[in-house]
Write a protein that binds this ligand. Sequence first.
Ligand SMILES: [Cu+2]
Length: 336
Amino acid sequence: MRMNRVTRFQRFKHSLMAGTVVAVLFNGLAFSEEINTAEAPHVPPHTSRIMPETVVMKFEAKEFVGPLDGKNYKFWSFNGTVPGPMIRVRLGDTVEFHLSNDSSNQFPHNIDLHAVNGPGGGAAVTLVAPGEKKVFQFKTLHPGLFIYHCASPVPSIPEHIANGMYGLILVEPKHGLSRVDHEFYVFQSEFFTQPSEDEDVLEFSLEKGMAEQADYVVFNGNSGALMGNNALQAEVGDKIRIYFGNIGPNGASSFHIIGEVFDEVYLEGALNGITNKNVQTTLVPSAGATIVEFKVDIPGDYLLVDHSIFRINKGAVGMLTVTGEEDPEVFRALPD
Ligand SMILES: [Cu+2]
């Protein structure tokens, strides 16, 4: 689990147990690098702050060849992972966002964060050529779980999205989120492929993208990213929260966990908005997100799926493995 380090200043503040006081004293000067990011399926820790701060976020666009369903694909990414890191900030924070473009890349990139109120969600002021860097800042005005993605027009916005440039940013409400036993970051996306000049490496197919015919629909950037040794783990009695994003780029997701019922769903990823209870399947639109919470009662394997069910053949399946005591009152097989 990779995440940004808490600065010495931050530790000093926490050691005083009076971070707020210090933040108030240094009002306007209080920069925090506590901004937490984490790679899927991990989630950055709670912000644990009472006051908003200025947080510095550093992202780099990175084009690379990586595995996709036993083959290789020409991915474009933020920070070299697909999906990009999950970001966690707090309502009222000012985010100073640095975007650089690796000098070995071929294309210009930018970032549109759906948590931003401003032109292009930041895309208009972050378009960077290979070897360049740009910085902008925004204030978080809405709590919720939001998509971010690249929106570079060269060669086309859809191509940047389809190649892997997306992720989630969580803006915690003023009083944070309740503690649960496990939090996971799961992100659904489609890939449209054709052989490149190098036959062993696949690349984006505009034709398939236009026809909305995905070859792969996957969780966390690859089929099997949440299967086998990569399955999510929990114990009976645990309360679990999943931050789920779907970029599409075309399809909506019918997110469901086979054998579980969501106790609570934060509809469309909104916080301080509407929640629903006792939900079997929740619809997540293209470039939308949701937060689901549930308690696991019985040991076993539970499949995360897009219940547009043929998509499991295209990779849209993950596993949550639950260990612990049986509870025959809740679930048991009966003798013949
Ligand atoms: Cu891009």
